[in-house]
Design a protein around this ligand. Structure first.
Ligand SMILES: Cc1cc2nc3c(=O)[nH]c(=O)nc-3n(C[C@H](O)[C@H](O)[C@H](O)COP(=O)(O)O)c2cc1C
Length: 184
């Protein structure tokens, strides 16, 4: 497949299984992330990798965060939330690393983080690694940031799930470019 075809066929993969990406592949994903457009070269991103047993610890933390949010969880809901990190063998957590800069407001730095994650998703697709970016309201809870060791200038933007696609990939929806494009 050529590069354009690869870009046009990326889809999120919700059901993922072992094996996860290798350390070498993860390095490639991070290198691709670091080629995102980035005003003033602030590199306003970092990624926390969570694999193996640590996913259970993250699950416990998500329940703690939901309770801190005031969510009234039933046992079943708590259990489902606790198991969400087990949806994939490898998780990369995108973190905005904000730097005060006279010409680069926070919104631009967040756009760079989003572009970096986009590069990760596209590169995963090229490497035939299934990937999906999810947030969920608990991911914005301060207790999560604290326990993950985020600094005051950092903010978590969810979870990139990575692994081997476990089901047929969904088809790519048709796009009418004219709908998204206008002349001025
Ligand atoms: C910042 C961000 C957060 C997202 N969070 C969730 C989420 O929590 N749950 C979910 O089902 N999809 C979430 N999505 C959407 C999926 O990642 C995906 O883009 C969507 O299902 C469309 O599928 P596609 O990527 O194959 O077009 C999120 C997307 C973005 C950009």
């Amino acid at each position: 497949m050529d590069a354009i075809e690869l870009l046009m066929t990326r889809v999120s993969v919700p059901v993922l299984t072992e094996p996860g990406p290798s350390d070498c592949e993860i390095d490639v994903l991070i290198q691709a992330a670091c080629r995102a457009p980035d005003h003033a070269r602030l590199q306003p991103w970092r990624f926390i990798k969570i694999t193996g047993e640590r996913r259970h610890d993250l699950g416990e933390l998500l329940v703690k965060a939901a309770l801190a949010r005031g969510d009234n969880l039933t046992e079943g809901q708590a259990d489902r939330l606790r198991k969400t990190p087990l949806r994939a063998p490898v998780l990369l957590l995108p973190v905005l690393v904000f730097t005060e800069h006279p010409k680069v407001p926070e919104a631009e730095q967040l756009l760079s983080l989003g572009a970096a994650v986009g590069n990760i998703l596209n590169t995963a697709h090229i490497l035939e690694i299934g990937a999906m970016w999810r947030t969920g309201l608990v991911s914005y809870e301060p207790v999560l940031a604290e326990e993950l060791g985020l600094a005051n200038n950092e903010k978590l933007y969810g979870f990139i799930y990575l692994g081997t696609p476990a089901a047929e990939m969904k088809s790519v929806p048709e796009v009418d470019p004219a709908y998204f494009l206008s002349d001025w």
